[in-house]
Design a protein around this ligand. Structure first.
Ligand code: URP
Ligand code: ZN
Ligand code: ZN
Ligand code: ZN
Length: 467
C-alpha cells in the first residue's frame, strides 16, 4: 500500500534553489514539487499533510564524519550508534558516514564486519561507512577494491598518531595509487604526528601538562606541512584527495593553491573550528579537556580563513567529527598529562543549527548552508541525489526547520550521550521541528517518533564531485 505525505507552504531550500513549493512524498521518496497555491500543488493528495507555513523545508543533513563507539585513547566514544543517530535526527541530520577501523594486524573485512555488528539494526537514520586503513599491505590493497564494490568507497589514513592509526609516506602512496585505480577517495588526517610526538615529549618534560598545551604542540605549521605532503603524494599517485578536519589558515592556503593548480583536492572543516578556539582549551580547572581534539582548536584568527574557504569553495564540506567522551571518567584520564586526554568533541546534534546561525551572522548564504551540510557531502561520498537534496526520486529525508525559534545549547537539553556540551550556553536562532527519514517521521514537532533499526546501511558510489 502506498503512503503519501504532502508538505505544504514552506520555503524549499536546496543547494541551488529557494522556492515556495509543496512537496509530495510517496513510498519514502520525493514524488513531486509544485509551486504552492497553484492547481498543480492543489492536486497533490495524501494521507498526511504537514503545514510548513513560515518554515524552511530542507534536505536532511549528511554528516560525513562521525565516530560512534570508537575505541580511542584507552576508552570508547560515548555515543552508540543508537544514541548517536537519535541525536543526529534531533539535529536535522538524516545520514551519517561513520569510520570503520582496521586495526594493525587485521584485515579491512574484520574491521568492516565489526562496525556492521555495532550499527546494523540500531540506527535511527541511514548510515554508511568509510574505512580507516591502519595497515597497508598487499592483502589490504586488494581488499580496498572489494570494499569500493560494496559501497564503502572512501578510506581514511593518518599522518598522525604513530603506533595507532599512523601510515608512513610509502603506505600512503600505495593506498593512493590503489584508489586512483579503483575510484576510491583517500581522506587524510593531515598532521605530522612524528614531529608532534617529539614536541609532546618535550612539553611534558617541562611540566607543561594542562590541556592548553595540546593546542601548542599540534602546531598549525605541522598541519600545513602534512597537508602539503598529502597533496604532493596524491598528485604523484594521480589520485583525488579529501583532507578531513582542516583547522589552520596555512592548511587552507595549501588546499587553495592546489585547487588553483587544477588538482582534485578537497577539504572539510568542522563547527568546532568555526565557533571555538584556543580560549576554550585554556579554560581553568581542567575544563579545557572538553575541547581536546585533533587537529586542535586554533587561535580565533584562523576562523576567518575557514569561513572564507567555505565561501570560495576551497573547503567544500562541514562535518562534525563527532567523537564524544564524557568529562567525568573519560576526559579525566588525561589529568596531569594532556597527551592522555581522549581526542574528540561531541557535535552531531549541533551542526545544522550552528551553520544556520552562520547564515544569520552573514558568513554564508542559505543555499551555501544546505550545500556544505547536505548536498556537497552527498556528492563527495557518492550519495547524491538519493541524499542531500529535495528533488523527484530522492529519498524523502526532509527537515521542517523553524528559522525563528530560539534555543540555548546545553547538555541539559541535548540528546547526545555525553555529560557536557561544547557549546554550553550558546544562543542560536533556528530549530529543527520535524524530521522525515525516507518519508517516516523520526522527529514530529519536537518529539522523537523514530526507532532504532529504521536506519539502514547505505552503499555509496564513488566520488561524484569530480564529474
Ligand atoms: O580528535 C579527533 N578528531 N578524534 C577523532 C579521531 C580523528 O582523528 O578524527
Ligand atoms: Zn582525524
Ligand atoms: Zn574523525
Ligand atoms: Zn521505521
Amino acid at each position: 500500500m502506498s503512503t503519501r505525505t504532502v508538505i505544504r507552504g514552506g520555503l524549499v531550500i536546496t543547494a541551488s534553489d529557494e522556492i515556495h513549493a509543496d512537496v509530495l512524498i510517496e513510498d519514502g521518496r520525493i514524488a513531486a514539487l509544485a509551486a504552492s497555491n497553484t492547481p498543480a500543488a492543489q492536486a497533490f493528495t495524501a494521507e498526511r499533510t504537514i503545514d510548513a507555513t513560515g518554515k524552511y523545508v530542507i534536505p536532511g543533513g549528511v554528516d560525513a564524519h562521525t565516530h560512534m563507539e570508537l575505541p580511542f585513547g584507552g576508552t570508547f566514544a560515548s555515543d552508540t550508534f543508537e544514541t548517536g543517530t537519535r541525536a543526529a535526527a534531533w539535529g536535522g541530520t538524516t545520514t551519517i558516514i561513520d569510520f570503520a577501523v582496521q586495526s594493525v594486524g587485521h584485515s579491512l573485512r574484520e574491521g568492516l564486519d565489526a562496525w556492521h555488528a555495532k550499527a546494523d539494526g540500531n540506527c535511527a537514520v541511514d548510515y554508511g561507512f568509510h574505512m580507516i586503513v591502519s595497515d597497508v599491505n598487499e592483502h589490504t590493497l586488494k581488499e580496498m577494491d572489494h570494499l569500493v564494490e560494496e559501497g564503502v568507497t572512501s578510506f581514511k589514513q593518518f599522518m598522525a598518531y604513530p603506533g595507532v592509526f599512523y601510515s608512513d609516506d610509502g603506505q600512503i602512496l600505495r593506498a593512493m595509487q590503489r584508489s586512483a585505480d579503483n575510484g576510491g577517495l583517500i581522506m587524510m588526517h593531515a598532521e605530522n604526528g612524528i614531529a608532534i610526538d617529539v614536541l609532546v615529549e618535550q612539553a611534558l618534560a617541562r611540566g607543561e601538562t594542562d590541556p592548553r598545551y595540546h593546542g601548542e604542540v599540534r602546531k598549525a605549521l605541522l598541519e600545513a606541512e602534512a597537508t602539503h605532503r598529502a597533496i604532493k603524494l596524491a598528485q604523484v599517485a594521480g589520485a583525488p584527495l579529501y583532507v578531513v578536519h582542516v583547522s589552520a589558515t596555512e592548511a587552507v592556503a595549501e588546499l587553495a593553491r592546489a585547487r588553483d593548480d587544477g588538482l582534485p583536492v578537497f577539504g572539510e572543516t568542522c563547527p568546532q573550528y568555526l565557533f571555538l578556539s584556543t580560549d576554550n582549551l585554556a579554560e581553568p580547572d581542567f575544563e579545557g579537556a572538553k575541547y581536546v581534539c585533533s587537529t586542535p582548536l586554533r587561535p580565533k584568527e584562523h576562523q576567518a580563513a575557514l569561513w572564507r574557504g567555505l565561501r570560495t569553495n576551497d573547503l567544500q564540506v562541514v562535518s562534525t567529527d563527532h567523537c564524544p567522551f564524557c568529562f567525568v571518567g573519560q576526559k579525566e584520564l588525561g589529568r596531569g598529562d594532556f597527551s592522555k586526554i581522549p581526542n574528540g568533541l561531541p557535535g552531531v546534534e549541533n551542526r545544522m543549527d550552528l551553520l544556520h546561525q552562520a547564515v544569520l551572522d552573514g558568513h554564508i548564504s542559505r543555499r551555501r548552508w544546505i550545500e556544505i551540510a547536505c548536498a556537497s557531502p552527498a556528492r563527495m561520498f557518492g550519495l547524491y541525489p538519493k541524499k542531500g537534496t529535495i528533488a523527484p526520486g530522492a529519498d524523502a529525508d526532509v527537515v521542517i526547520y523553524d528559522p525563528h525559534a530560539e534555543q540555548v545549547m546545553s547538555a541539559e537539553t541535548h540528546h547526545m550521550n555525553v555529560d557536557y556540551s561544547a557549546y554550553e550556553g550558546k544562543r542560536t536562532t533556528g530549530r529543527v521541528e520535524t524530521v522525515l527519514s525516507r518519508g517516516e517521521p523520526v522527529i514530529t514537532e519536537r518529539e522523537y517518533t523514530g526507532h532504532a533499526g529504521h536506519g539502514v546501511f547505505t552503499p555509496r558510489s564513488t566520488c561524484q564531485y569530480l564529474n
